[in-house]
Design a protein around this ligand. Structure first.
Ligand SMILES: NC(=O)c1ccc[n+]([C@@H]2O[C@H](COP(=O)([O-])OP(=O)(O)OC[C@H]3O[C@@H](n4cnc5c(N)ncnc54)[C@H](O)[C@@H]3O)[C@@H](O)[C@H]2O)c1
Length: 260
């Protein structure tokens, strides 16, 4: 077990990529703080871990709310006295629409959750990570880093691009404290995120594109799984990646090489 005695914060842990990661971290010996908005989902994640010889606690908080995030980090310290790994993953697709239809409220919501939420998650964790060093992993996307053809996903892609800049800035700032900061950029992964996307009149603004061999070269079009992404996050959390900081890793089966 490679994460024994480590304490990990995982945001968005009620579903998808973060749920699979929380379970893998726990299996590898980490104590896991499973943070998210939805109490029922978090309790299911925590029960699955605790019933499987792991150790986890649920933390209900909105990552875009500074007070709630400060309290959540404090709850981790009260419980376990340390913090080693932060997986800043929670995010939303938000509204995908033309620039004329996208309202300032739609824009602000996506920026607040995806970008400000990442900032707050890392900001309040840093004082504790500094004590012994640690690893931060941020979930960006192919959108905004290699792919720019999901026309309408403008706010989303802007946040995902900004997360990469954020990670590189703080990777350098925090290196002297032995804190590593890396970014994962998933392509299509089978989770619930699509069901929570508000698509508005995209047919009118998107260019029609067809890929005869399927759009994910490594799998003939089949999306990746949360468990595959969790393996990458685990690698970046563990000492196996001890000299890696300030970089993005795409995990997309080659999708973003084909579809820019
Ligand atoms: N699934 C994909 O194809 C894909 C591709 C690229 C990037 N991503 C990114 O992966 C991350 C995880 O998404 P997923 O696919 O696992 O989807 P998901 O919808 O299953 O997971 C997102 C989780 O974040 C939580 N969340 C959302 N807003 C929150 C808030 N304000 N405060 C606290 N928790 C909040 C949700 O409740 C949910 O549990 C996101 O950042 C997303 O942008 C996903």
């Amino acid at each position: 077990m490679q994460l024994t005695n480590k304490v990990a914060l995982v945001t968005g842990a009620g579903s998808g990529i973060a749920k699979a990661t929380a379970k893998l971290f726990a299996k590898e010996g980490a104590k896991v703080a499973a943070l998210g908005r939805t109490k029922d989902e978090l309790e299911t994640t925590v029960a699955e871990i605790n019933n499987n010889n792991g150790e986890a606690i649920p933390l209900v908080a909105d990552i875009s709310n500074p007070e709630q995030m400060q309290q959540a980090i404090q709850a981790i310290i009260d419980k376990w006295g340390r913090l080693d790994v932060v997986f800043a993953n929670a995010g939303i697709n938000g509204v995908w629409a033309s620039i004329e239809e996208l309202t300032p409220e739609d824009w602000n919501k996506t920026i607040n959750v995806n970008l400000t939420g990442t900032f707050l998650t890392v900001k309040y964790a840093v004082p504790y990570l500094k004590k012994q060093g640690g690893s931060v992993i941020i979930t960006s996307s192919v959108n905004g880093t290699r792919t720019f053809s999901n026309t309408g996903a403008t706010a989303y892609s802007s946040t995902k691009a900004a997360q990469v800049a954020f990670a590189k800035m703080v990777a350098l700032e925090l290196a002297k404290h032995r804190i590593r900061v890396n970014v994962i950029c998933p392509g299509a992964i089978a989770t619930n995120i699509d069901e929570n996307t508000d698509r508005q009149d995209l047919e009118e603004i998107q260019e029609p594109v067809e890929f005869p061999e399927g759009k994910i070269p490594l799998t003939d079009g089949k999306p990746g799984t949360s468990e595959q992404v969790a393996q990458l996050v685990f690698f970046l959390a563990s000492d196996a990646s001890s000299h890696i900081t300030g970089t993005e890793v795409w995990i997309d089966g080659g999708e973003s090489l084909l579809k820019a």
